[in-house]
Design a protein around this ligand. Structure first.
Ligand code: SF4
Length: 354
């Protein structure tokens, strides 16, 4: 019998949990923050795993725990150190919020309930529920895109939703009704694990699913059409950037304090930031790089005036545009794609020409 969007008999819910938890205990991935769960590791892993694949997070998590093993050490670290450890993981606001949480909690007993966690910087309802349930055994369901996907398929809900937030709101009562008050941390982690490893967005692995017998859409052959959430319209952007080296120093732009995503990180400057007219760049070699940030699809044209080209750039540098000696580029914090590009272009520059 499949789960229902509105209400379900008690025995059905008990059986569903039994199947799900038995599977989780046997099959879950052995992750470092699950070995010896504690509140700090749970908090760090929840911040790192937001919008990021676990395989990407693993080396960052391990390095982080060596440098910042607890809230107190993290609270004492400088923002520069924190951002450097986060470099390449993206969504840098998470690192700043995590740092701010450590500073707020320094010397205090961490809160135990989801509403208290949700008052701390950068912690939304999902993360608050995850921390309160995993670290403190509070019975509060985590509902994010993964859980919405599982629940919409289990209940076979074909109703469309205008956005992810509306879907989360609609499925929260069902998630709450499935919650196991005796094992809330295991239950939430089992749902997360099912979404990450079995009930995949494309091509769900229904034959391996521990709760297939409770599901409508999987056996019905329409799981990959659910949930029906309207896609956000994408926005295309084009940016001209410059790669300028003078006397062994690379011109980089430091993002300002008010930059919501990446305050104080460095990037290759745009033509405007470097004070170079884009029309004057057309004569130089150019490389195209594309990337996506949330709903933005960005085409970056990176122009390479030769070292002796007459381009007007801020010779002394400014607060925003700084000349960084090539042997110090590794030490400063660049955004992830710019670190890759800078490495690539410096390697090409160092390669002997045939
Ligand atoms: Fe998802 Fe398929 Fe399992 Fe249903 S049977 S919950 S669609 S993996």
């Amino acid at each position: 019998m499949a789960l229902n969007f509105d209400s379900n008999p008690r025995e059905l819910i008990d059986k569903f949990r039994l199947h799900l938890h038995r599977w989780y205990r046997k099959e879950h991935r052995r992750l470092p923050w699950r070995n010896r769960p504690d509140v700090y590791q749970t908090v760090v892993s929840e911040f790192m795993c937001q919008q990021t694949q676990i395989t990407t997070v693993l080396p960052y998590f391990e390095r982080w725990m060596i440098s910042f093993p607890d809230f107190a050490t993290l609270a004492r670290a400088s923002e520069e150190e924190v951002l450097k450890h986060w470099e390449g993981l993206g969504y840098y606001r998470r690192a700043r919020y995590l740092h701010a949480v450590a500073r707020k909690l320094n010397g205090m007993n961490p809160p135990r309930t989801a509403p208290e966690w949700a008052k701390l910087p950068g912690i939304g309802p999902y993360t608050a529920a995850a921390i309160a349930s995993i670290a403190f055994g509070r019975a509060v369901a985590c509902v994010d895109g993964n859980v919405v996907r599982i629940l919409s398929r289990l209940a076979g809900v074909e109703q469309p939703f205008t956005n992810g937030g509306a879907a989360v709101k609609a499925f929260t009562p069902l998630a709450d009704s499935l919650m196991d008050d005796d094992n809330p941390g295991t239950h939430n982690q089992a749902m997360m694990e099912l979404g990450a490893t079995v009930c995949l967005r494309k091509k769900p692995l229904c034959m391996l699913c521990p709760v297939q017998s409770f599901c409508r859409a999987g056996p019905g052959g329409y799981a990959d059409r659910l949930p029906r959430i309207q896609r956000e319209t994408t926005i295309k952007q084009e940016v001209d950037r410059v790669w300028i080296i003078r006397r062994g120093r690379l011109l980089l732009h430091r993002l300002p304090e008010e930059s919501s995503r990446m305050a104080r990180l460095h990037e290759l400057p745009t033509a405007a930031e470097a004070g170079v007219a884009p029309t004057s760049l057309k004569q130089y070699p150019c490389k195209i790089r594309r990337r996506s940030i949330t709903r933005y699809r960005i085409t970056e044209r990176i122009w390479f005036p030769p070292d002796n080209a007459k381009v007007t750039v801020p010779i002394k540098g400014t607060d925003a545009c700084q000349w960084v000696p090539l042997d110090q580029v590794e030490a400063i914090t660049l955004s992830g794609p710019h670190r890759r590009w800078v490495k690539e272009f410096l390697a090409e520059r160092a390669a002997p020409t045939l």
